[in-house]
Write a protein that binds this ligand. Structure first.
Ligand code: MN
Ligand code: MN
Length: 319
């Protein structure tokens, strides 16, 4: 039997190791199918700080998660060997050096053949991860769920920041534009065309208004059809959710996705060749109830449940 999360009947859930779901800890991704990893960074943020504490808080809230997905029948730990390999040693005094360090860390994870599941950390971190991904897989598809497009050219003159990663990824050829989906974009911009430039590159942009009041299961089906069998990376910014559900984040925008929509979208990605995923922008200082980190932990678990190789034991309603 592969690694199992430490159960609440063996150690109280409020105790034990602060790893994701209280999985075993190890130093490298050797022997793993899935490596949970933290990137404790907030020096790429432009408004509220605090995401450096995101991985700790997500791990803490993940202690309540049990191994089986009662909604879908997914049994991820019956099929995949998972562990928490700790945090990337970012240089909190130097964002550019941190980006280099993150790429190196993910190259090492990918060299072991593991799928990295990342706890952020501000959204800058996805650029160095995509650099490692593209070095292994070539340009990857991308499912980017966010209130923001994160395609600024520069922020305060800087090319590397949490609002620029997907323009850089496009510039560098790390992603396949016709297999990029941006979902949940909304709010205010610097110009009326802020979300349109990426459409010109080939991205499919689904603003929040097109998600309001409806199931996201059909959207997930469109994404599956559009991406097919190609490798795809999932980057999930917690601020895609409405601040009513996820207030603990750096750049909140009103009128976002609901928690059930977030879960529907992820569950609908089953069958894709997902090669990595991240859950970013949880800022515990603005999250006094812990709900944002709890939601982040659950969404990361849901992403685990749709990875290739996860067995399914049953389906709700016998469907
Ligand atoms: Mn973002
Ligand atoms: Mn965002």
């Amino acid at each position: 039997m592969p690694n199992q999360p430490l159960g609440g009947n063996d150690m109280p859930r409020f105790a034990g190791p602060n790893t994701f779901m209280r999985l075993p800890a190890q130093d490298t991704a050797e022997g793993l199918d899935v490596a949970f990893v933290g990137v404790p960074m907030d020096i790429g943020t432009s408004w509220r700080p605090g995401t450096r504490f995101g991985p700790k808080a997500i791990r803490a809230e993940s202690a309540m998660l049990r191994p089986y997905n009662m909604g879908t029948g997914a049994a991820p730990f019956d099929g995949l060997t998972c562990a928490d390999i700790g945090d990337v040693a970012v240089n909190t005094f130097d964002l550019k050096d941190s980006v280099v360090r993150i790429t190196r860390a993910y190259e090492a994870i990918l060299a072991h053949g593991a799928v990295p599941m990342t706890m952020g950390g501000d959204h800058t971190l996805t650029l160095p991860i995509l650099r490692a991904m593209a070095a292994k897989h070539g340009p990857v598809g991308l499912i980017h769920v966010d209130a923001h497009a994160d395609i600024n050219d520069t922020m305060f003159g800087e090319a590397i920041a949490h609002g620029t990663p997907f323009r850089r990824a496009h510039d560098e050829g790390l992603i396949a534009p016709d297999r990029v989906w941006q979902i949940g974009l909304r709010g205010t911009g610097y110009s009326a065309g802020d979300f349109d430039e990426a459409r010109g590159w080939g991205f499919t942009v689904v603003p929040a208004e097109e998600c309001w009041h409806r199931s996201l299961t059909p959207l997930a089906a469109r994404i599956r059809a559009g991406i097919g069998r190609s490798p795809v990376y999932v980057s999930y910014d917690i601020d895609s959710l409405d601040p009513a559900y996820a207030p603990g984040t750096g750049t909140p925008e009103i009128a976002g996705l609901t928690t059930p929509q977030a879960v529907e979208l992820i569950r609908g990605l089953r069958g894709l060749d997902i090669v990595g995923a991240d859950l970013v922008e949880v800022s515990p200082a603005y999250d006094p109830s812990g709900n944002t980190a709890l939601t982040g932990a659950n969404l990361l678990y849901e992403m685990l449940c749709v990875l290739p190789g996860v067995p399914y034991r049953s389906r709700p309603g016998g469907a």
